[in-house]
Ligand binder design. Sequence first.
Ligand code: ARG
Length: 578
Amino acid sequence: MNIRTLLQQRVRAAMTAAGVPEECSAPIAPSKNAKFGDYQANGAMAAAKAMKSKPRELAEKICEQLDLDDIAEHIEIAGPGFINIHLKASWLANSLQKAGDDNKLDVAIAANERVVLDYSSPNLAKEMHVGHLRSTIIGDAIARTLEFVGADVVRQNHVGDWGTQFGMLIAELEDKLEEGAEASLALQDLELFYQAAKKRFDAEAEFADRARDYVVQLQSGNERVLKLWQLFRDVSLSHSAAIYKKLNVTLNDKDIHGESAFNEDLAVLVKELQELGLAVEDQGAQVCFLEELADKEGNPSPVIVQKKDGGFLYATTDLAALRYRTHKLKAERIQIFTDDRQSLHLKQVFTLARKAKFIQEPCKLEHRAFGKMLGKDGKPFKTRTGGTVKLAELLDEAIEKAAEVVKSKNPKLSAEQMAEVSRKVGIGAVKYADLSKTRTNDYVFDWDSMLSFEGNTGPYLQYAYTRIASVFRKAELDINSFSSEIVLGAEQEKALALKLMRFSEVLEQIVEDAYPHVLCTYLYELASLFSSFYEACPILKDEVSDTERNSRLMLSKATARTLSQGLDLLGIEVMEQM
Ligand code: ARG
């Protein structure tokens, strides 16, 4: 159990003993300033209001009942009725020790829930571009974290592999194959391929007719056309697989469950919506009008589920996906990671899916929205000529830029080490820069600041880890097998220990609301506290006693482990040297 939960239980018990009704909450918050102790219990004020009594008096009563002898050195009442809790150094040391001995981090989260995470989900007709970066890495960080705390995670890569554009792509591919080209070669640059197909579609009537015909053939399962489609899809998927690998993202083939997988259910679903009286004809199309999402004038929000020409839409597929995920995948919670422009769309399909009982309840439906990636000029991130930036090229550039920085910092690395370090630092920098910003905001993509070894950056945290690794190298000790008693003396030691113990609180927060920046901030503060500790508390100097040295090595080890674990949850790799 983590400290906050433990304190919450004790304070709640004391409040009950002091006569506070159960519905009054017992919030426990970490203190902002060490002067006010380590944690603060803030429940007395609201409880006093509800009970019409004096807050300070009530706080005193609660303190009389509060049994924290084993945990706290002392407690005091401050201001209008805050209860400040100062933890015992010996208790902190023991707790940290125990967490280390069990060789597991103390994450007491009852989260064995089945969670479906829909992330990355690129459109296969085109090459992955920077627009897919955020969904891919934010979703992956959340998937890793949920899995780490024991949730039953099912990843779903809802790729766009269906729809009218595939007609023209297949027609173009067919021509290229007839000219004797290899599919993988013809599709080497998906962007150019798409443009070429589009150009012919707009200019050549015969080609456009064939493309349209192929869409129909595809829907009705024509084998030859399906084969061409499959070929195209495979090549495009291999492009995204290469990106996932480079990005150190955990998605793989078995997670792919794209739009095409729902094709058969779409007509059935629309028919059901009609029978339920939810879908009605409107100018030839099938439309669901949602009163729940009406605008200010009271006009219901329209969701088109079938076009006049019979075609189905993005929303129809999402309804089918929600049904599949709750009925077949048994999801108890679904999180979808897309940019905030899809907020209305997802609100609509969530509302409609529940209304039509497509959802096997109970199931939480959550849109994890995020903002845009901006260039330094504050406008959406583009190439110099104004084109969309290909993700593959962006990542290669990151590795090249990291190589320059690493070379200037440590020219002595071997060529092999250089390659490994540049890859981890470059990719880590891009991911960290993104993950460390509040996801719902837009953020400015800036090479210089993300590759800096100072401040809240990926390289800074990777460097903090290597510093600890080098302490152990210098001491000629194996960090993994090293073990010793922790004794907390200096203030910096206690602050570091407390921070280490708070890792699980941070993870709880992420399980709750899927904001990875909370973990980034935590790791950055941890690394900063380690720095202060390292400056104030020498480890390997001669004058340091054995007990002290070993305890400090243990604190260092725990920091290294939390740093690497935390970075791993963000999908960022560490290294022993850089
Ligand atoms: N393919 C979509 C896009 O590129 C994202 C899909 C997100 N998932 C979903 N179930 N709608 O915008």
